[in-house]
Design a binder for this molecule. Structure first.
Ligand SMILES: N[C@@H](CCSC[C@H]1O[C@@H](n2cnc3c(=O)[nH]cnc32)[C@H](O)[C@@H]1O)C(=O)O
Ligand SMILES: [Zn+2]
Length: 433
């Protein structure tokens, strides 16, 4: 066996217990071969990572984002969703070139690897460029082309839908299986009913899951209630859009019946607390969803509404905002937030990962606890939820491959990526006026 041994750390197990253990990885299969105290002593390691003074945890999973929007980080702030998209973001995106998407995606992936994220779900365009960046960088992702049909003529709208279905078919299984795909209508109000019904049926025939924004703002709820006399998720359900393979972003303005519907269908919700706060979209009822048995994951949304891709930041926001929303300090406790950002997110987007155990993929973040802001460490899980920052991550591993060692990203040339992204972002802003 070709082995990578992560030695001398404390390991976060799937039940949130933390125990001193080595993690032994089979680099050929990309899976964890063994976990246990001094487990590495039984193997002849081909490669080792020092985890002394560190916590070894599942790689974080960013379950909803638009990665290439890193190019628009700080481009337009302090506006609500509708005007932010229409006045600033969509005009800038109209000037995006395919290689901008490649550069912005690489920048976002560098940021994610640096902060211990090993998998993400991305809704954007120029998907072949996103696939190439994922392939090169070694992370895992569920990718799709976001569809908008409103304000387009029928031909353009149909072409956008077709592109989303065709890239989902073409790239599923790319990058040695690290890329999976989905059909991604932008939202229930930006894609027309007939398109949703027909394309969903086609996606089902081809076994392609769905991902879309749902119930993000009240402006997305009232038009559907007015036109169809039903709640948005009931509308989506009638169109066949809620199955256990599907996952929706946001789920802020969901009522009790919609929560029960999500639980009954097994559809996951990706909570994006920073975006919801920044755009003043509202507070998602996360504890209520968890109590009802809905699987909840965590996402950063795009860097233009966050403004970073640090999932540690996001899971802390989830725990904080969950308490404020429930008016209950015991809501969304540390364990729930950490679980949502690992196993919950992985399950939501239908990728393996989120748990360190024998046979599971070796998608791992090693967090250095030797920092002033992490002393003392009465409770490791508390720190992971409330005190750790993405910059505390020391090593990142995905599919058994070391992507970052001692703070150095190995699969992408970070300096080149940052420079290129800066240049392309400046040129883009110039073109967009
Ligand atoms: N093919 C579509 C693009 C859809 S991609 C996904 C879109 O989601 C947008 N987006 C980013 N964050 C949010 C959000 O929080 N809510 C809704 N849309 C968002 C993003 O800017 C991007 O335009 C077109 O022709 O316009
Ligand atoms: Zn989004």
């Amino acid at each position: 066996m070709n082995t990578l041994c992560i030695i001398g750390g404390r390991v976060l197990r799937p039940d949130c217990r933390v125990e001193p253990a080595d993690v032994v990885v089979d680099r050929d299969s990309g899976n964890v071969a063994d976990v246990g105290e001094n487990a590495a002593a039984d193997y002849d390691a081909d490669e080792t990572l020092d985890a002394e003074g560190c916590v070894v945890m599942p790689g974080l999973v960013n379950a909803h984002t638009h990665v290439a929007m890193t190019l628009l980080r700080g481009y337009a702030d302090d506006k609500p969703l509708g005007s932010w998209l229409r006045e600033d973001i969509w005009p800038a995106e109209a000037a995006l070139e395919a290689d901008d998407v490649r550069a912005g995606t690489e920048l976002g992936i560098v940021e994610m690897i640096r902060s211990g994220t090993t998998a993400f779900a991305d809704m954007y365009f120029e998907v072949p460029k996103v696939v190439a960046a994922v392939e090169e960088s070694g992370v895992r992702a569920r990718l799709g082309h976001g569809v908008v049909t409103v304000a387009k003529d029928d031909e353009d709208a149909a072409a956008d839908v077709e592109e989303s279905l065709s890239v989902a078919r073409e790239f599923d299984g790319a990058a040695d299986g690290r890329v999976r795909t989905a059909f991604m209508p932008h939202s229930l109000t930006t894609v027309g009913e007939d398109f949703l019904r027909e394309a969903t049926a086609t996606a089902r025939e081809d076994g392609i899951p769905l991902h879309f924004h749902a119930n993000e703002t009240t402006d997305e709820v009232s038009p559907i209630v007015d036109d169809y006399e039903k709640r948005p998720l009931s509308y989506a359900d009638d169109l066949g859009m809620l199955t256990e393979d599907d996952f929706v972003a946001h789920g802020v303005h969901v009522d009790t019946e919609e929560i029960e519907l999500l639980a009954a269908r097994g559809t996951s919700v990706v909570h994006c607390p920073a975006s919801n706060m920044k755009l003043a979209s509202g507070i998602a009822p996360v504890q209520e969803m968890l109590d009802a048995g809905v699987n909840v994951g965590i996402g950063t949304d795009g860097a233009a509404s966050n403004n970073d891709l640090d999932v540690f930041d996001e899971l802390r926001d989830a725990a904080m905002l969950g308490k404020l929303g429930a008016d209950d300090a015991s809501a969304v406790p540390a364990e729930a937030a950490v679980t949502a950002a690992t196993a919950g997110s992985a399950d939501a987007i239908g990728l393996p990962g989120g748990r360190i155990k024998t046979g599971a993929p070796a998608d791992i973040a090693v967090v250095d606890f030797d920092a002033a802001h992490l002393a003392p460490a009465h409770d490791v899980v508390s720190h992971l939820a409330y005190a750790v920052r993405g910059s505390d991550v020391r090593h990142t591993v995905c599919d058994g491959q070391v992507l970052m060692e001692d703070g150095a990203v190995l699969t992408l040339d970070e300096k080149r990526v940052v420079e290129e992204a800066r240049e392309r972002a400046d040129a883009l802003a110039e073109r967009a006026g």
